[in-house]
Design a protein around this ligand. Structure first.
Ligand SMILES: *Cc1c(COP(=O)(O)O)cnc(C)c1O
Length: 466
């Protein structure tokens, strides 16, 4: 399986090259040359597979000769051994025709663990084989950073640099990153928004000399491997529905960067019987607006109760555009140049019509987020995190219209303890690993949004020879 950039200048890359580089050299995102489609028989055959077996099947369709079957099996089993639930992504019923896919049983209690655990083990193996060292830089709205710190701490051959927006994430999210106490990890609090962090990362990647001098790599959802690994839980969820035949389900996905939603779309393209991917946003509703009006225009980032989705540049949307523009990189470049110059672009009506065959969308205010948390606690004794509540709220409109919907539960409510406790007026139980955090020392450097400062740290890091 070979990969090409959405902007056309970086092509014919192997899975391991795509894994290591994160962003393509031309600034685009890597996509596979073709998406393998599964026939009915295969989809049927997999229905009794464990989570790990599904992961091995799906990842091996895309990873070429990067790993042998037994290596991939080792990676997958090790990655999910620390999850606190046997099914890994269990499905629970919320109301008639509405289910919650619990993606928060991993070590840092958010869905990011699903891909990050696997990626870290993939990096460890491939780097060791090639005797390479690598510097990973990642921007985070809170959960990617904590998942990455947990997955990469003490992985030899890797230094990890995490950038999060100063004072815009929850205390627990921050402490999961700043208390790691590992020599290969450095955490920066950037005085700005998530978009500022993400644009620092993009500018670092644009510095070709730096990229090659220090082997710079990224693990944001611009990294193809993350998207791929996240498709597995869509399959797992579908099989847990135990449909008899021919039934379809929609997934409602709380999203900001369009990563998780794109993973669902990929599962659909592979042949999983999905009706719609319903995109749910908070007040940072660029995706809901583009689906409804065709105008993709980034606004100021508003700070909401769902900080992991406080994003105005939905990077993975470029992958969808590439697909719908008949894989024409020139057209993608035109739109991306317009975005860079004018802060937005318009998507053709025909393309929006095409998008709406696979997607729907909705946006939720903070007030409705709180109401939804309250409603499901009082009617069902389910405690939702604010992000999951956004998905559940948007899904309700579709459930009421007769669809069967699985909403993605993207994080454990305890990660957003203050918001959830003030919505419910109760104190919520804190899982053990989070209780221990509070006692630890924090290690973080506050910086202005200047990529030069980060580049200098990377160059001065203890990895002197590559
Ligand atoms: C990262 C995150 C999201 C948004 O994920 P995307 O990659 O933007 O699709 C939603 N909820 C939680 C809890 C997250 O950590």
């Amino acid at each position: 399986m070979l990969y090409h950039s959405t902007r056309g200048l970086d092509g014919s890359r192997s899975f391991s090259e795509v894994l290591h580089s994160g962003l393509a050299e031309d600034g685009g995102l890597f996509v596979p040359e073709t998406v393998p489609t599964l026939n009915r028989e295969t989809i049927d055959k997999w229905k009794h597979y464990s989570y790990e077996e599904l992961a091995v099947e799906i990842i091996s369709l895309f990873s070429g000769d990067c790993f042998s079957r037994s290596e991939l099996t080792d990676i997958v089993y090790q990655s999910y051994s620390g999850f606190q639930h046997e099914i890994k992504s269990p499905l629970t019923k919320l109301e008639e025709n509405h289910f919650l896919l619990e993606l928060f049983h991993g070590p840092t209690l958010a869905f990011k663990d699903f891909a990050m655990q696997v990626i870290a083990k993939m990096f460890a193996r491939t780097l060791q084989k090639k005797n390479l060292k690598i510097n990973i830089v990642t921007a985070t709205s809170g959960d990617t950073g904590s998942a990455a710190v947990e997955a990469f701490k003490n992985v030899s051959n890797v230094n990890l640099y995490v950038l999060y927006p100063h004072e815009r994430i929850s205390q627990i999210q921050r402490m999961q990153m700043t208390t790691a106490n590992a020599t290969n990890i450095k955490v920066f609090a950037v005085q700005g928004t998530f978009d500022d962090c993400q644009s620092i990362v993009k500018r670092l990647f644009a510095d070709k000399e730096l990229v090659s001098d220090v082997n710079l790599s990224g693990v944001n959802s611009i990294n193809w491997a993350r998207i791929l690994i996240q498709t597995v839980y869509y399959f797992s969820a579908f099989y847990q529905m135990k449909f008899v035949s021919g039934e379809k389900v929609s997934f409602c996905v709380p999203t900001g960067n369009f990563g998780d939603a794109y993973a669902g779309y990929l599962a659909k393209k592979m042949g999983l019987p999905i009706n719609k991917i319903i995109v749910a946003t908070n007040e940072n509703d660029i995706l809901d607006r583009v689906f409804k009006t065709g105008s993709y225009k980034s606004d100021q980032v508003s700070q909401t109760l769902s900080p992991s989705m406080d994003i105005q540049v939905a990077s993975n949307f470029e992958r969808l555009l590439f697909d719908l523009l008949n894989k024409d990189p020139k057209k993608v470049c035109e739109l991306m140049n317009e975005l860079a110059k004018k802060g937005g672009f318009n998507v053709d009506k025909k393309i929006i019509k095409q998008i709406l065959k696979d997607f729907d969308s909705g946006a939720v205010t903070d007030k409705d987020t709180v109401t939804t948390i309250d409603q499901f606690y009082h009617s069902r004794e389910v405690i939702l995190c604010p992000h999951s509540a956004i998905g559940v709220r948007v899904a309700q409109d579709f459930v009421n219209a007769g669809e069967t919907v699985i909403s993605l539960g993207t994080a454990h409510p305890a990660k957003f303890k203050d918001t959830v406790e003030s919505a419910l007026n109760i104190s919520i139980p804190i899982p053990l690993p989070l209780k221990d955090l509070i006692k630890k020392n924090e290690n973080v450097k506050v910086i202005s949004p200047d990529e030069g400062l980060v580049a200098e740290e990377i160059r001065n890091s203890k990895f002197t020879s590559y």
